[in-house]
Design a protein around this ligand. Structure first.
Ligand code: ZN
Length: 436
């Protein structure tokens, strides 16, 4: 501002307008950058960044290509950017079809298949309603279970209260059911996941409302393919911007994997979870490659998060940078809409860094709110925290509530305050590179 003090007012106005315009354009640039990456990471060719048609490897290649383009370097002596590891996973590569009374149900929208399900092929199977409320004890349950199977579709009623009564949960019940086809009604949101083992049963979760009033017969054709561990390679991507101090690190992480496909016609785009965080990671990588810091900035894109934090677990077991040289690690998972600001997991564990983040935010008025949360094993920071690495997991609060479903698309992300979140991450990283 002091630069303009001797200008006449017209000139001053012009310069101020240019400054403001530059600010607006710059904000649009950030938004465009993030949206561009989210749209590519969520397109059908990425297969939901899962395990059908190697969507996970396609996404890894995309992240590496961009990291290299931005000029980031490898942290490994062989100049590689990838860390490979393996795990078994259940997949649905082609046919997933359900019709009841000739009404074809929409995969993903009307129903989801339990991620651990086995293959099944039922033509004109009778729908049998099973009232689990009638089951009083384990003996009765075991007798009933033994009768399941064959060319029937068992519509299980009263699952929630049954599980409560039997002191069990849906996961346990799913594993216990014998081979056969089951429909389990869910109330409210359907949330898909990734299974690393197969169960004998084939379970279809659906709302009661999508079932015909008197379900009599149905066709169910589901092909599940279990990929053994040695057939499912996964990659963590890692790259760095060397600082003046080469062996101390400020780290950002985000998982790029998602749930993949449920049949040939349905995939889970995972825009919010976590194409948005991956795009933010790329944004920060690009930013800091043009603006090296005192410490070495490291960027890790993990795989296998949705399968149970497997990529970050492997990395912590086989670290490519010494864990005790990480000054601070910030994990970003869900960063598509910050209408209500962000939440910081581990805020209570690292109060000094949390108050630094809050000071930076209130000084520049980036986000309306930064919420504090304690420890939680809910994303890739977790294994680092357990290994003694100071870390945050930051996620945004807002959006339309689409999570682990087919509706989590790029177009559904409101994107409110995301440029401000990007600026806050930059300011936080810079502050972590100075004494605080
Ligand atoms: Zn997730």
């Amino acid at each position: 501002m002091i630069l303009f003090w001797n200008m006449n007012s017209k000139k001053y106005l012009l310069v101020m307008m240019c400054v403001l315009l530059h600010g607006v354009l710059y904000a649009q640039q950030e938004k465009r950058f993030l949206k561009h990456h989210i749209s590519i990471l969520t397109e059908p060719a990425m297969e939901g960044r899962g395990y059908v048609h190697k969507g996970n490897e396609k996404a890894a290649k995309y992240v590496v290509k961009n990291m290299k383009n931005y000029g980031l370097l490898s942290v490994m002596p062989d100049s590689a950017y990838l860390q490979s590891y393996y795990f078994a996973v259940n997949t649905f590569p082609d046919e997933v079809f359900v019709s009841i009374n000739k009404k074809v149900l929409a995969t993903g929208a009307d129903y989801i298949v339990d991620a651990g399900s086995s293959s099944i092929n039922i033509e004109r199977g009778r729908v049998k309603m099973i009232n689990l409320n009638k089951v009083k004890d384990t003996t009765q349950w075991n007798t009933m279970k033994a009768s399941f199977g064959g060319n029937h579709i068992y519509w299980l009623k009263g699952v929630d209260s049954f599980n409560k009564r039997m002191h069990t949960g849906m996961r346990h019940l799913a594993k216990e059911l014998p081979a056969g086809c089951y429909i389990v009604p869910v109330h409210g949101k359907m949330t898909w996941t990734v299974a690393t083992e197969q169960i004998p049963a084939t379970i279809i979760y659906t709302e009661d409302t999508v079932m015909p009033h008197y379900p009599r017969r149905g066709n169910v054709r589901i092909h599940a393919a279990m990929l053994p561990q040695n057939k499912n390679r996964n990659e963590n991507v890692i790259a760095c911007v060397p600082g003046a101090v080469k062996d101390s690190f400020v780290v950002f992480t985000a998982h790029y994997d998602h749930l993949g496909r449920m049949g040939s016609n349905t995939y889970f785009p995972g825009a919010s979870d976590n194409a948005s965080g991956t795009a933010m990671l790329l944004y920060l990588a690009n930013y800091f490659s043009n603006s090296p810091q005192h410490y070495t900035m490291v960027f890790i894109a993990f795989s296998g998060e949705e399968a149970g934090l497997l990529g970050s677990d492997y990395f912590v077991q086989h670290p490519l940078i010494p864990l005790d040289h990480i000054r601070f690690l910030t994990n970003i998972d869900i960063m598509g809409d910050a209408t209500d600001g962000v939440t910081v997991v581990n805020a209570t564990e690292f109060p000094k860094e949390f108050s630094l983040l809050q000071r930076l935010n209130s000084a520049s008025g980036y986000l309306p709110q930064i919420k504090s949360r304690g420890k939680a094993a809910n994303s890739d920071h977790y294994h680092f925290t357990e290994a003694g690495v100071p870390s945050f997991f930051i996620y945004s609060n807002g959006g339309k509530g689409y999570y682990h479903d087919v509706f989590d698309t790029g177009a559904s992300l409101p994107f409110t305050n995301i440029e401000a979140a990007a600026k806050l991450f930059v300011a936080f990283a810079k502050a972590l590179n100075k004494p605080y």
